[in-house]
Design a binder for this molecule. Sequence first.
Ligand code: ZN
Length: 137
Amino acid sequence: MDGSGGARTAWLYNEWNKNSTERDAGNYGYPADGSGNLPQEVRLFHDAGVHVGTHAIGDRAIDWVVDTYAQVLKEKSTVGLRHSIIHANIPTDHAIAEMVRLETNTTQLTLSRKRPFMWWIGDTLRGKFLALSAPLG
Ligand SMILES: [Zn+2]
């Protein structure tokens, strides 16, 4: 479900920004998976007892992944099975709450944050993430 923060392809609810103050009109990114089959794919592995790690950047992509994990875990809770979200850049409040709930109550979710990744691309992302929640003129 990755897209890129640098290339503004990560899947978002709102349009991307560019150059710190400009809106990238019409660009919401897109789900890199593209098939729409992520829930079925996750369920297939989950039901077989296999951990799933999904790369996800962008609030909409992350919600899609965390809600998929929550759904399959609700349908079939499996002790010791830990799915993961890799990157998780710019999650929604909903995603953070679900991550905490799944980690705290079931220990069935883990985040794989890439600190060196954020270190090296942080300046690139700054101009694109800064005003995501603030209306532009
Ligand atoms: Zn990735």
